[in-house]
Structures are given as C-alpha cells and as structure tokens.
Write a protein that binds this ligand. Structure first.
Ligand SMILES: *Cc1c(COP(=O)(O)O)cnc(C)c1O
Length: 398
C-alpha cells in the first residue's frame, strides 16, 4: 500500500520547498505596475538581496532561471574572442563553460573531477602560465549541485592574487546562496550569479547577478552588450520597467519580499548554521548506512561538502528503485543523479541526490531520512543499521 497521502516533500536540489508565507504573498490580484506598492517594494528588495550575498555591490534582477543568470553575467563582462578559465568540479561548471563557448568565448577548463574540490595550487600555476593576461575571467561554482562539492572561494581568490592575475572572479552560487556560508566582498568575488528557487525559497523564475565596481569598470569597456542582459539599466533604473527590461515579475517579487524577510528575521548566520546542522545529520545517517552495503557519499571529506545538497551513489538499479519507493510509498521525492553517468548508461540508475536547501527543519530531515531507511529495508538493499538514530543524535545536539 501507499502511505504517501499527506503533504508531499520535494527533497531535490531545486526547486526547493516553498514556505506557505511565500505562496500566500503571491496569491493576489494583479498589481498596478506603474505606481504604488509594487514600485516601493521593489526598491527595497535590492539592498536586502545584497545583504544575503554579503556585498555592498550592485545587483541586477532578471526574469529567468539560473541559466539566464549565467548568460547575463557572461554577456556583461566578456565578449566573443575573450578567454576564460573554468575551474570545474561537476556538471554545472561544464554547463556554464558551454554557455560561454556558445557566446564565442574561449574557455580553458581545469577539471578537478567529480570527487574533489578546486586545487588552488593548480589554479595558480595555470594563471601564472598566462603571462600576457589573456584570461579575462575565472569561473567557478561555489557548490556544484551535481557532485555536491563545495569549493573554497576565498582560497580561489588567494590563488588569483598570488599569481598577480587581474582576471575577474565569477562565482555560481545558484545552489549555495542562503544555505552555505558565502561572503561576496570578504572573499573578493567580482561577479556572482544566483536564482530564486533554491536557498531563496521562491518559485523558479528570477535570476540575480551581483557585481562589484571592478566588474562595473570592465562592463564600461564593452561597446556592445545584449540589450536584454545588460545589467546597467537594471541596476540603475531611471524608470521602474528598467529593473526588469519590461514588465515586472509581479508575483515573484511579492514572494521574494517575504522570503527575504524570513531570512533576515532568522539571521543569515543562523540560516547557515541551520543548514550546517541539518546537513551533518544527513551525512551521519548516510555514513552509518554505508558501513555495510553499497551506499556512499560522493564527497569523502566533510570539509568539501555542500550544506545544500548531498550526492550519493548506491549502485544500479538501487538509486532509481529507492527514489521510486520513497516517492510512491512515503511522499518524499529525492533528486536524480546528475552528471555521474550518461542517462542511456544503466549505471545512471546507481546515483541519487538529497536536496536540503532553504525552507527545511529537523523534523523534515528526520522524516526524509526515515523514509530512505524504510526504503532500503523494503528493497532489501544492504545497509548498516542505525542511520536514522545517528541522525537523531546529531539533531539532539542542537
Ligand atoms: C540549479 C543550478 C543551476 C541551473 O539553474 P536553472 O534554474 O536550472 O537554470 C546552475 N548552477 C548551479 C550550481 C545550480 O545549482
């Protein structure tokens, strides 16, 4: 029988669970887009977004998903014929690199594989080798959502500084913003991209590009920039429509207002600490299950793991079977493996991911882990005993 009737739980790495308060704020009649409340509210979103990103810099808002934010960031600081260095630790870095190539940018990919973070020394020597400073940007994912590797962005900046290289540091925080600690200004990030549907708890549909004055000066040297992606009018609008290059994403903005209020009320440090504690509970369960059987965390060293998403391997076909079981029997949807095997490969069914970003708390994590443990038992997949108990012990130390 199925025990899934009740509130479903989407535990995939984005879109994430949307708070009722966000949904309620969006459930309203179409507002006036020429004057009144919406106009005043939008101006207030900008400083509150910057606060989440820990920057005194600028922000441009796009009606787009994360891919749109990727393209927007590239379009403002790079041109066809420019070179960029991509430090890759998973599928998303390669995706951003491919998008740059489609814009005529030549990318040099330093691939660190699927299990370890960016090695700052390798990055430094690649930059030192670029004596003519042809590389205009270093592109890196803070958290790569396919592998769940979390890169050390301060160390990335230190490697660039050690090489005395003037390239811009561009960081993808789509998975990590408001989940994993991120300090845009303190870590020397020039351009950062994010989207609404992960740590920010709003439906997919808003992309964000944050940028500092160094990026502003690079943008100023460009003759042609796609009118739609140009961040200049969006970050300095003379008229309200310029924030969005057209009609405002009215309802998303109301949802975002509430989500930012929730984040600031909890406090960004507390938001990071909650994600950290809940992530450690998830890892504790997975480590115990993995003591006897095929389940294993993709990233061995906790220091390099994301607090927003966890990638696991369990051997084919157990990954797909487990996802199916917990969804059909328990109402929990887990994430598919991404970038670990090609979809046509039978091995593809040997991976899954847990999303733990945004609006989640201890009882959701314990319920999700309990559903996984029941699924492992029901499907007769070997696993060490006591995973849920180990998670509960971590939660008990809150
Ligand atoms: C989700 C995600 C993306 C892509 O975002 P879309 O909204 O699906 O376009 C890019 N990078 C990272 C790190 C992500 O987690």
């Amino acid at each position: 029988m199925s025990l899934s009737n009740g509130r479903p739980y989407l535990a995939i790495p984005g879109p994430s669970v949307m708070p009722e308060a966000v949904l309620r704020a969006m459930h309203r009649a179409a507002p006036n887009i020429y004057e009144g409340e919406l106009i005043d509210m939008t101006a207030g979103l900008v400083p509150d977004l910057a606060r989440v990103a820990r920057t005194d810099g600028h922000v441009a808002i796009y009606i787009s998903n994360g891919h749109g934010a990727w393209e927007a960031a590239l379009a403002n600081v790079l041109s066809a014929g420019d070179r960029a260095l991509v430090a890759a630790t998973g599928r998303f870095a390669h995706g951003w690199s491919e998008m740059a190539q489609a814009l005529g940018i030549t990318t040099q990919v330093l691939d660190f594989g699927k299990h370890s973070p960016v090695d700052p020394e390798r990055l430094e020597s690649a930059l030192r080798a670029d004596k003519a400073h042809e590389i205009k940007a270093v592109m890196v994912t803070h958290v790569d959502t396919s592998t769940s590797i979390r890169n050390d962005i301060a160390a990335t900046r230190a490697a660039m500084d050690a090489a005395l290289h003037p390239a811009l540091l561009m960081v993808d925080c789509i998975a990590s913003l408001a989940c994993d600690r991120f300090e845009m200004d303190a870590w020397g990030v020039d351009v950062m991209v994010a989207a609404s549907q992960k740590g920010l708890m709003v439906p997919p549909g808003l992309g964000f590009v944050f940028f500092n004055d160094k990026a502003v000066s690079v943008r100023a040297t460009k003759t042609y920039v796609s009118r739609y992606w140009d961040w200049v009018p969006r970050a300095n609008p003379g008229y309200f429509y310029q924030y969005f290059g057209g009609t405002a994403p009215t309802h998303h903005l109301y949802g975002l207002r509430v989500a930012l209020d929730m984040i600031h009320e909890e406090g960004i440090q507390a938001v990071w600490a909650r994600h950290d504690h809940l992530a450690r509970a998830i890892w504790a369960a997975c480590e115990v299950w993995g003591q006897d059987g095929p389940l294993a965390l993709n990233v061995t060293d906790p220091a390099h793991r994301s607090r927003a998403v966890t990638s696991l391997r369990i051997g084919a076909p157990h990954g797909s079977e487990l996802r199916k079981w917990v969804e059909e029997k328990a109402g929990v949807t887990l994430g598919i493996g991404l970038g670990m095997a090609e979809p046509e490969d039978p091995e593809w069914h040997g991976f899954f991911r847990i999303g733990h970003m945004g609006h989640l708390n201890a009882h959701m994590v314990l319920g999700m882990l309990g559903a996984i443990e029941a699924g492992l038992t029901a499907l007769d997949i070997a696993h060490g005993p006591g995973g849920l108990q180990a998670a509960s012990r971590v939660i008990s130390t809150a």
